[in-house]
Every structure is written in structure tokens, then in C-alpha cells.
Design a protein around this ligand. Structure first.
Ligand code: URA
Ligand code: SF4
Length: 216
């Protein structure tokens, strides 16, 4: 039986050459779901082929939509700090999102983030699958429930299984919270605690890479 695919998807927009630059260029004109109408531009992943770690968020935010680059807004700053604290080199990281267009709703003058639907996540999936093939990371890290559930199934719970090395396919997957959840912490004390937990999860990622290098 063929897998469930949305009526339209990014599949129709994939280029014949599947290098990162070719994929990125083709993704600019993707109309694989209705989100291209709402976002300013496609926000493709960033990093080099061969990067050891692939980080997957949900979708670009307001700043990412305007700048055309993933994780350059407030959540990205938290992420950069945590990567540094976990001693993961920025150059060893490819960052991307489950969905490549910003989904938002107007509220006054602001654009408020809206969660992508399961259909939109599925429609965008071909870009992610091609990124994985082109980058060939040693470990994939899901940032938050949207990415985790897209890769690990709807029943996956980040709160229960964060920071564990999960081997489903060929590449180990580790899930943790989304950095924006740390920004939403109600007070300094819980923010610090959540940041420490996030860093601890990223240290599991660093240890996983080190272990693979020793085994190689
Ligand atoms: N949140 C995400 O999930 N991805 C980004 O690129 C920025 C914010
Ligand atoms: Fe294409 Fe993904 Fe944008 Fe939808 S969200 S138009 S599938 S790039």
C-alpha cells in the first residue's frame, strides 16, 4: 500500500539534482501547500553538507520569515547559547524546520505564530527528507513537539522521552524542547532550570557524536 500523501506536496517541486544549493533554489518556488501565500519567502535549512548534527524546528518565525534564514530571531539566540554551552560547534550544525514557510495570523500590528497542520507538515516533508540525504548527519535533533511528532510519530511525548537516543531509522534521533519554550518560562528561576535541561539534552547530542567517532 502506498503511504498517505497529501493531494499536493513539495514532491512536485523537487529538482532533478538533489544537492543542497539546487534544493534550496527549487524550494524558493514551492507551492506544495497553501502556506507559500502567507509567508514572505521560503526559509530553507542552513549549514553544510556533512554537518554532524541536524537540528529540526517547527517552522520559521517572524524574523526568520523576513530574513529568509532559520533560527535568526529570539529562539535562535537561545539555541546558539545552548549549543555553545554544550560545546557543539556551530559549523557542525545544519539547522532547518519541519515546515519551510511561516504560518501566522494578524493580531493588531503583530504577526502571531500559528501551528502548522498535519497536512502542511506532510506536504513539506519531501524537502526535509532531501536535506537529510544531502547532509547525511550523524544525529538528528528534534526541537519541540512538532518536529518530534513528525519524525517519531504522533504519540511521541517530548516531556517523557527528551534527551534519549532513539534509533528508528539509520540515523539516531534525539528530541528536546523548542528553544522558544524557554523564552516563555514564567520567571527567571524556571528559565534557568529549563535552559540547564536544554543544555543537558544537547550534551547528550555531543556525547553521541563523540561515541560515533570513537567507534569509527
Ligand atoms: N522557531 C522555529 O521552529 N524555527 C525557526 O527557524 C525559528 C523559530
Ligand atoms: Fe512548499 Fe513547505 Fe512552503 Fe508548503 S510550507 S509551500 S510545502 S515549502
Amino acid at each position: 500500500m502506498s503511504p498517505k500523501v497529501p493531494p499536493i506536496s513539495a514532491v512536485d517541486f523537487l529538482p532533478s539534482r538533489r544537492t543542497l544549493p539546487a534544493l534550496r533554489e527549487a524550494a524558493r518556488n514551492c507551492r506544495g501547500c497553501d502556506l507559500w501565500k502567507r509567508g514572505t519567502q521560503t526559509v530553507f535549512g542552513e549549514g553544510r553538507a556533512g554537518a554532524e548534527v541536524m537540528l529540526v524546528g517547527e517552522q520559521p518565525g517572524d524574523q526568520e520569515d523576513l530574513q529568509g534564514r532559520p533560527f535568526v530571531g529570539p529562539a535562535g539566540r537561545i539555541l546558539d547559547k545552548a549549543l555553545e554551552a554544550a560545546a557543539i560547534e556551530r559549523d557542525d550544525v545544519y539547522v532547518t524546520n519541519a515546515v519551510k514557510h511561516f504560518k501566522w495570523e494578524p493580531r493588531g500590528k503583530r504577526r502571531i505564530h500559528k501551528k502548522p497542520s498535519g497536512m502542511q507538515i506532510a506536504a513539506c516533508r519531501p524537502w526535509f527528507d532531501e536535506e537529510v540525504k544531502a547532509v547525511a548527519p550523524k544525529v538528528i535533533v528534534c526541537l519541540g513537539a512538532t518536529a518530534a511528532q513528525a519524525l517519531l510519530g504522533r504519540d511521541f511525548r517530548v516531556t517523557r522521552d527528551r534527551g534519549k537516543v532513539l534509533t528508528q531509522g539509520a540515523i539516531p534521533i534525539i528530541a528536546t524542547v523548542h528553544p522558544s519554550s524557554i523564552l516563555r518560562a514564567p520567571d527567571d528561576e524556571s528559565r534557568h532550570a529549563e535552559m540547564a535541561h536544554f543544555i543537558a539534552d544537547l550534551k547528550v547530542v555531543a556525547a553521541q557524536i563523540a561515541q560515533q567517532k570513537r567507534a569509527a
